[in-house]
Design a protein around this ligand. Structure first.
Ligand code: 5AD
Ligand code: SF4
Length: 448
């Protein structure tokens, strides 16, 4: 009987969201309750991200706000989890006096013990990385819903020279195929309609002879009405078998996040990305010719060390050539202890900002063009919830991962409906629900 309440705030990638659910499960099993309000919490945890300096600064300033709550409740235990815990270690305890516990991504099983000690006034740290920990036996604590994140592998062995992930999350290791399939079967039984299989580098997934394409197909076979997504793919390891698996299964979504990072071969080499633009474009060609209507998105870094205007123009060229549906675009942020750290940070901030703005503007105009082409077409949408902007409108996504907003109607969250698109901007499609038969059929089929 603990009666103590935990508050968890999560920053960063989807992996962190999934990890917070693992943490939730471990603490739930240990008798803790949860609260959505920091003011009610006995334990406040932040699951953090180190990918760029900006991400870390946000967490540091948020921890500054936690001080107010701790002074109102001096017994409150404050914990930093995730990548910042792994990267900064004891520095966090030394520099931020309010922090009681620091726990890296592979040590969450120690959290209950560390929290217990913290209540007795003992600060604690656990930041060892593991070659085997994959939390395969833990059922993440999720609230019921439509979409679930399912972590299938942890860590990264790619060592892109700009990236802290191999240092904060350690070596690659996969869960068992059986463990993942079992978890997804339970999610389907609970009413989830979409899963996203997660890994820093999912294409490296392995369970003995079985690879990521085998895993993806096994998950897709669980229920033909379950949408299956995955992220993130490294262009180096995108196999023909995987592309064919996506093409051959209607419920594996026709959407691939395929980070290119830069359009310049010289920069890609400095980044240790292990492919050239020629290889990348051939891969894109293979994907688009094999998977009809596939949507592609990417990650781009502006202002990597030594990047010239010519390199930057090459990045704009790739964006134009691929015509990505969407992109995540960042200014290069030097991270201590990475290889690129030693290359200096010689692109001035104004130049980085200027290049980033050009990249964003170009991508936005392409996304707008692509979305406008959808006007007048009819798409299948999985209803996910109310729209952010209005309670009388709902939102869902197409299998190509486009957000669609439509008026309320005779359907419910979790239904597949058919929507005719009548308006579009760079981020969202707007439409009205057509044939009720569309969703009635699907619902009857699912309930039967
Ligand atoms: N600076 C800027 N962007 C980075 N990313 C990773 N490390 C850095 C960095 N040091 C970006 C990459 C990666 C995405 C998750 O974050 O584009 O694909
Ligand atoms: Fe970082 Fe590269 Fe691994 Fe992605 S593939 S997590 S960018 S090292």
């Amino acid at each position: 009987m603990k009666n103590k309440k935990v508050y968890i705030e999560t920053y960063g990638c989807q992996m962190n969201l999934a990890d917070s659910e693992v943490v939730g499960s471990l603490l739930h099993d240990d008798g803790y309750e949860f609260t959505k309000s920091l003011g009610d919490a006995d334990i406040a945890l932040v699951n953090t991200c180190s990918i760029r300096d900006h991400a870390e600064q946000r967490v540091i300033s948020r921890l500054g706000e936690f001080k107010r709550y701790k002074s109102g409740n001096p017994e409150m235990v404050i914990g930093v989890l995730g990548c910042m815990a792994e990267r900064l270690r004891t520095k966090l305890l030394d520099q931020l006096k309010l922090v009681d516990i620091v726990v890296g991504p592979d040590e969450y099983r120690k959290l209950p013990g560390l929290i217990e000690s913290a209540f007795e006034g003992e600060k604690g740290i656990a930041v060892k990385l593991s070659k085997v920990e994959n939390y395969d036996d833990i059922i993440p604590l999720r609230t019921d819903g439509v979409s679930a994140w399912v972590s299938v592998m942890r860590g990264c062995d790619k060592f892109c020279t700009f990236c802290v992930v191999p240092y904060t999350r350690g070596r690659e290791r996969s869960r068992t195929l059986h463990g993942v399939v079992q978890e997804v079967e339970q999610l389907v039984q609970r009413g989830f309609r979409e899963v996203t299989l997660l890994g820093q580098n999912v294409n490296s997934y392995r369970d003995d002879e079985l690879d990521f394409a085998d895993l993806l197909m096994s998950v897709a076979h669980i229920d033909p009405k379950l949408r299956v997504r995955f992220t993130t793919s490294h262009p180096q390891d995108m196999s023909d078998k995987l592309i064919e698996a996506i093409a051959g299964h209607e419920n594996i979504c026709a959407y691939i996040h395929l980070p290119v990072q830069s359009g310049s071969d010289r920069i890609l080499d400095l980044m240790n990305r292990t492919y050239t633009i020629d290889h990348y474009m051939k891969l894109v060609e293979k994907i688009t010719s094999t998977i009809p209507g596939v949507a592609l998105s990417t990650d781009i870094i502006a202002g990597f060390p030594t990047e010239t205007d010519e390199d930057h123009q090459a990045t704009l060229d790739v964006i134009r050539e691929v015509r990505y549906d969407g992109a995540f675009m960042f200014k290069y942020s030097p991270r201590e202890n990475t290889k690129a750290w030693n290359m200096g940070d010689d692109v001035p901030d104004e130049v980085k900002s200027q290049r980033l703005t050009e990249i964003i503007n170009l991508q936005r105009s392409i996304s707008l063009e692509i979305n406008k082409e959808m006007i007048g077409t009819t798409v299948e949408v999985l209803v996910e919830g109310t729209s952010k902007k209005s309670d009388t409108e709902f939102m869902g996504r197409t299998d190509t991962n486009k957000t669609v907003v439509f008026p309320e109607g005779d359907y419910k969250i979790g239904d597949y409906i058919t929507v005719k698109i009548h308006e579009a901007n760079a981020a969202t499609l707007f439409g009205h629900v057509v044939t009720p038969q569309g969703w009635v059929d699907v619902r009857i089929a699912v309930e039967a």
